[in-house]
Design a protein around this ligand. Structure first.
Ligand code: ATP
Length: 309
């Protein structure tokens, strides 16, 4: 068993003249969830399709548990399960028929198929829907069946491309829970364009933008990295805006419609303490300080500029 269940080395891909991804190096250990976060068109699906051997890279290597995916596709693909962005569901089949079909495709021995289908239905919470046509399931349950087909053969690595896309908030919560459960026994890679989604589910994060990885670390490191860069303050006796604007580190102040003030700053995490001290000294009667975190767009912009790898 290798150190990593999946490792890519200098993956590049272009569909036409333009590179869709460039120099993607991702590795993940044998358990846990790695989130691939990126906006639309960033290169998530391209990366995942290559990771799963559905698309051949232009250059670079993918190793699944140290097996070269291009050289030994059959051996490598036995180790992985994949839920593409558009789940490969046959809507005219029942859940039982579909999962039985998937079990056969995955080479599960005939006498073990029934128990494999029952076990995966139980794991994914679809036991009650075995006889239901897939076309009659809600989006959330279809997605559960999509995840079930990806894990029916007990792969060591599961790759899920935007698994919560189009689901309602309750379904999203349930699918997240399922992903975390699945990841207790194996590695999971999943993609999303929603930061909170990745924050809620993953231990590791890789942020991709313009086809390149712009952040690669643990979720904890990422959360520490996205420090607040603005705050909302409310005061009963506020000073003139100019007085706040000249505080060192403050970039801009905005008076909001409810008379609260948004202060944009950079480089200093002590601005809020300074405001509190000045408020006491000048009797501004401060009654609220709320830090605001950057939007995902701002984080992408910051990280892309720094080329932080
Ligand atoms: N089959 C294709 N032919 C040509 N260009 C493609 C093809 N598929 C993707 N692209 C381009 O490659 C780039 C990366 O696309 P990709 O689908 O990997 O991004 P993504 O992060 O998964 O986006 P989304 O969340 O919208 O699916 C984009 O510029 C996209 O337009």
């Amino acid at each position: 068993m290798g150190q990593y269940i999946v490792r890519t080395a200098h993956l590049y891909h272009r569909y036409n003249r333009q590179w869709a991804i460039q120099d993607i190096n991702i590795s993940i250990g044998h358990t846990g969830v790695l989130g691939l976060l990126g906006s639309n068109g960033a290169g998530k699906s391209t990366t995942m399709n290559i990771l799963c051997g559905v698309l051949n890279q232009t250059t670079g290597k993918v190793y699944i548990d140290d097996t070269d995916l291009q050289e030994y596709p059959e051996k490598a693909k036995r180790l992985l399960g994949f839920l593409p962005q558009h789940a490969p569901l046959h809507l005219d089949l029942t859940v039982d028929e579909y999962l039985t079909y998937c079990a056969h495709i995955r080479d599960i021995p005939a006498k073990a198929v029934k128990s494999a289908v029952a076990a995966v239905k139980d794991k994914c919470g679809v036991t009650a829907f075995g006889k239901r046509l897939l076309s009659n399931l809600s989006g959330g349950y279809r997605q559960r069946v999509g995840i079930a087909q990806a894990i029916i053969h007990k792969p060591k690595l599961v790759v899920l491309d935007e698994p919560t896309n189009g689901l309602d908030p309750i379904q999203i919560k349930e699918v997240r829970h399922l992903i975390r459960e699945i990841a207790e026994e194996r590695a999971v890679i999943f993609s999303s364009h929603i930061l909170s989604e990745v924050q809620a589910t993953c231990n590791e994060i890789r942020m991709i933008e313009g086809g390149q990885i712009v952040f690669s670390d643990t979720m904890e490191a990422f959360n520490n990295y996205i420090l607040p860069n603005s705050m909302i303050v409310a005061m009963d006796n506020p000073p003139a805006m100019e007085e706040l604007a000249i505080i060192p580190g403050v970039n801009k102040v905005e008076l909001l419609h409810d008379q609260r003030i948004r202060i944009h700053f950079s480089g200093s995490s002590t601005i809020s303490q300074q405001i509190v001290h000045m408020s006491v000294a000048h009797d501004w009667q401060l009654n609220e300080v709320t830090p605001e975190k950057s939007s995902l767009d701002e984080i992408f912009a910051q990280l892309s500029n720094r080329n932080f790898k």
